[in-house]
Design a protein around this ligand. Structure first.
Ligand code: C5P
Length: 223
């Protein structure tokens, strides 16, 4: 069938990346982790000595890094100025600073343009995951999904990814997640939000496979 566009949005820790990768792999589509692009921009700012709270400096520099995303769901990649950034974008420092950088309109303009060109070039369609894909980046997507989960479930999942399930670590992760989601939801330019025509899936009590199956079914209705 035609190249289907799938937008998957939601807060951190709802399983967006694992789910989106699996859906894309199952359907032979491309995959785009848009959070990785905002993280790459943030890593570049930090590496170049730019104070991420200096909005004007971030805005001026936003067009400088060359960010490239590999869209194979079996081996997604991200490079900045040709260098592999997949490790550095996951550090606690980048995670703590990414919401400030991604709130700057010039950053969003640069990255949104990049995302649209990647989606348009995907030969068998794309599963793009983030915060504003269904509302802003790809408002004409064929399938829009908004994933949610309780704060407890999200903190437990993210802690598992980070390799620690100790009570104090889960509590700290929960606080950091809530803070980042509040910043992402509260910003002026394309905040984290559910599109009016998105299907909401509460993943709190679902397994990864159950969520994948539901989204694959939604996509198959459109192909
Ligand atoms: O998904 P991930 O946690 O890697 O996203 C990192 C950050 O990138 C988010 O907290 C948010 O600030 C930003 N982001 C965004 N818009 C998107 C995807 C991510 O602002 N579409």
């Amino acid at each position: 069938g035609p190249a289907v566009i799938v937008a998957i949005d939601g807060p951190s820790g709802t399983g967006k990346s694992s789910t989106s990768k699996a859906v894309a792999a199952r359907l032979g589509m491309s995959f785009l982790d848009t959070g990785a692009q905002y993280r790459a921009m943030t890593w570049w700012m930090i590496s170049n000595g730019i104070d991420v709270t200096d909005t004007a400096a971030v805005a001026t520099a936003a067009h400088k890094p060359v960010i490239d995303s590999g869209t194979d769901p079996a081996a997604p990649s991200i490079t900045v100025d040709g260098a592999d950034a997949s490790g550095p974008i996951r550090t606690p420092e980048v995670t703590a600073k990414v919401s400030a950088v991604s709130a700057v309109p010039e950053v969003r303009a640069v990255i949104t343009r990049l995302q649209r060109s990647i989606a348009a070039a995907a030969p068998h369609g794309i599963v793009a995951e983030g915060r504003d894909i269904g509302t802003t980046v790809l408002p004409d997507a064929d399938v829009k999904v908004f994933l949610t989960a309780s704060a407890e479930a999200r903190a437990a999942r993210r802690s598992g990814e980070l390799g620690s399930t100790a009570t104090a670590d889960v509590a700290a992760t929960r606080e950091a997640l809530i803070k980042r989601d509040a910043a992402d939801s509260g910003r002026k330019t394309s905040p984290l939000a559910k599109a009016g025509d998105a299907t909401e899936i509460d993943t709190t009590d679902l397994t990864l496979v159950q969520v994948i199956d539901r989204i694959v079914a939604l996509v198959e209705e459109k192909r």
